[in-house]
Design a protein around this ligand. Structure first.
Ligand code: BES
Ligand code: ZN
Length: 609
């Protein structure tokens, strides 16, 4: 038996003896061997070098040594490792293994007997896919550059050498120097600026490495409540505060549902529009796209979502990316419960109905193996499991359970799930066990757990929320399809959700002439709501509505949010002329997108570099 095989065997034996599941330490997307040597604390000392577009400095890793003879194995991708020293300051030998596609390689460090920490001096390279360095022109202010990180799923290893597995929780501290006039923020408690001008941070609660985050730019802050506020560039921070003024109500709603908020502050950071996601639940500091600043709070379910991750995801974390639905499915369910409490049942119902419709479209497009909640990602990149399936199918599973037992039993059950697994990383098997013992024992329930977790498609009896307002929109859409005129449409009181439902309902039956008619009456090409605009622009491409061409190009230039880019490029790529146009636009703006968005759009347009 090799040493690795032996320790895997010992681990399995130990797990079966203690009754814990071994899969929580076996992450196919990490090279680390945390069952032998585990990182428990990360201490960063960094300089942000905007001129060279590099982060440089050192990280000290504090260790727990289960296997005294074993080396420390870390994940590293595209990092330049300069020097490794042990606890006594002398050099340690290290080896960088070959990089696997998209997962980096192992960084193996020989440890001296009994030592509990190492220090790695390093800098990032142009392959640091977590980082996006923005030119001043890509910011609202236009005067200063900007930098942000995106760690999830496996990108933290591109800017920090560590054990980049969601099953390896760490506390961290950071000391970060940046050019004069810029503010540094991290996903941690702020300790102020020290005598050398370095920004200092500390996260005392153990978090998975994908939640270590940093941003730097010209930023200002406005409070929302005692424990909550918003960071943004000075010219948009007031707008952001107004949009998010219900954040404290959301916090209270969340706490009333599933227990105390355990992270101290909850702040939001509004990033420049190239941010590749809608939101990212970095602890104590949610990162958000400015495309949710619609002016009417119509897109703030994103705040409810990222806030909900403070329980589902950050407090109780998927142990591997196979269990991603535990993060996102729970969060969409929880988000919707928060929306119901703060904005009413009808709003929550509309949002869930729209998401379910999107899920059905996704299920049609994706391959059957991608339909499975407990998805098989061995030999696949975590991104291949990313779609609305873990989100919405996961949420509908929880809704099915809720309907089967009633909220009186389901809510305390979820509360116990969070309390009993707080600050732990958990697998689908852990949830299944908990569910069977705590909720399903005694039998007689109508929910087929096996089918939900391992089946393809959507169970025939899956919840099918129907909003009264959206039913009225269905009737309006049917009338429009018949009359093909806007004359009888009564849209004055329509919310964003009703508009979105209407546009999706007529999308395939419109044509260039009817698009022009809709645009004359409703000015959709100049909509200030990015969700509505995105659907409208997609339809414009689909039907050759040329009056929107310039708006398509502007949108693809200014916005880097993958969820918006992907459908527009996909629609363009459907025709030969469209694909040529997509490639032409993309060649011009690709450099403005984050690596996450580039990865997806490269494939859509067949980018050859
Ligand atoms: N954690 C996700 C974003 C993510 C997932 C990043 C996987 C990288 C890999 C975040 O909470 C999220 O789901 N964001 C959504 C918004 C939400 C309202 C559905 C988004 O960005 O669109
Ligand atoms: Zn999420």
């Amino acid at each position: 038996m090799t040493r690795a095989a032996l320790s895997a065997f010992l681990l399995l034996a130990a797990c079966s003896a203690t009754g814990t599941s071994p899969d929580s330490t076996m992450d196919p997307h990490s090279h680390a061997e945390p069952h032998r040597v585990r990182v428990e604390h990360v201490e960063l000392d960094l300089v942000l070098d905007f001129a060279a577009r590099a982060v440089r400095g050192a990280v000290r890793l504090d260790l727990v040594r289960h296997d005294p003879g074993a080396p420390l194995v870390l994940d590293a991708q595209g990092l330049a490792i300069e020097r490794v020293t042990g606890a006594d300051g002398t050099e340690r030998a290290f080896r960088l293994g070959a990089e696997a596609r998209g997962l980096g390689g192992p960084l193996t460090i020989d440890l001296a007997s009994g030592e509990r920490s190492v220090r790695i001096a390093y800098h990032t390279t142009e392959h640091a896919d977590a980082l996006q360095w923005l030119e001043p022109a890509q910011t609202a202010g236009g005067r200063q550059p900007f930098l942000f990180t995106q760690g999830q799923a496996v990108l933290t290893r591109t800017w920090i050498p560590l054990q980049d597995s969601p099953g390896v929780r760490v506390t961290y501290a950071g000391r970060v120097r940046a050019p004069e006039g810029l503010t540094v923020l991290m996903s941690a408690e702020q300790l102020g600026v020290d005598t050398e001008g370095a920004f200092a941070f500390r996260m005392r609660r153990p978090i998975p490495p994908y939640l270590i985050a940093l941003a730097c730019g010209e930023l200002s802050f406005l409070p929302i409540s005692e424990r909550s506020g918003v960071w943004a560039e000075p010219s948009i921070v007031e707008r952001a505060r107004a949009e998010f003024e219900d954040t404290e109500s959301m916090l209270r709603a969340a706490e009333a549902l599933f227990g105390p908020y355990r992270w101290g502050r909850y702040d939001l950071l509004v990033l420049p529009p190239s941010f590749p996601f809608g939101g990212m639940e970095n602890p104590v500091l949610t990162f958000a796209t400015p495309t949710i600043l619609a002016g009417d709070k119509s897109l703030v379910s994103l705040v409810a979502h990222e806030l909900a991750h403070s329980w589902s995801g950050n407090l109780v974390t998927n142990a591997t990316w196979r269990d991603f639905w535990l993060n996102e499915g729970f969060t969409v369910y929880f988000e919707n419960r928060i929306m119901e409490r703060v904005f009413g049942a009808e709003r929550a119902l509309m949002e869930m109905q729209l998401e379910r419709a999107e899920l059905l479209r996704t299920l049609e497009r994706r391959e059957p193996w991608q339909h499975v909640l407990h998805i098989d990602l061995d030999d696949r990149h975590p991104d291949e499991g990313f779609s609305s399936i873990p989100y919405t199918k996961g949420a509908l599973f929880l809704q099915a359970l809720e309907h089967a037992v009633g909220r009186e039993r389901f809510d305390p059950f979820l509360r116990r799930w969070f309390d009993e697994h707080a600050f732990q990383s958990v697998t689908s098997a852990d949830f299944r066990r908990f569910l069977e013992i705590e909720l399903l024992a005694g039998g007689g329930l109508e929910v087929d757990v096996e089918e939900w977790l391992t089946g393809e498609g959507l169970p025939a009896d899956a919840p099918d929320p129907r909003s009264r307002l959206l039913t009225a929109v269905d009737e309006a859409a049917a009338r429009w399809r018949q009359e093909r005129s806007t004359g009888s449409l009564r849209t004055e009181a329509w919310s964003t959700q009703e508009w979105l439902h209407f546009l999706e309902a007529i999308a395939d039956s419109a044509d260039a002439a009817s698009m022009a008619d809709l645009d004359r009456r409703f000015r959709l090409t100049s909509s200030g709501n990015a969700e509505i605009l995105c659907v409208w622009l997609r339809m414009s491409i689909q039907h050759g509505y040329a009056a929107a061409d310039a708006a398509v190009e502007r949108f693809l230039t200014d916005v880097g949010r993958r969820k918006f880019l992907e459908p527009l490029y996909r629609e363009l790529a459907k025709t030969e002329a469209g694909l040529a146009r997509a490639r032409q636009i993309y060649a011009r703006v690709r450099g403005r997108y984050h690596a996450v968005s580039r990865g997806t759009i490269d494939e859509v347009v067949g980018w050859q570099g």
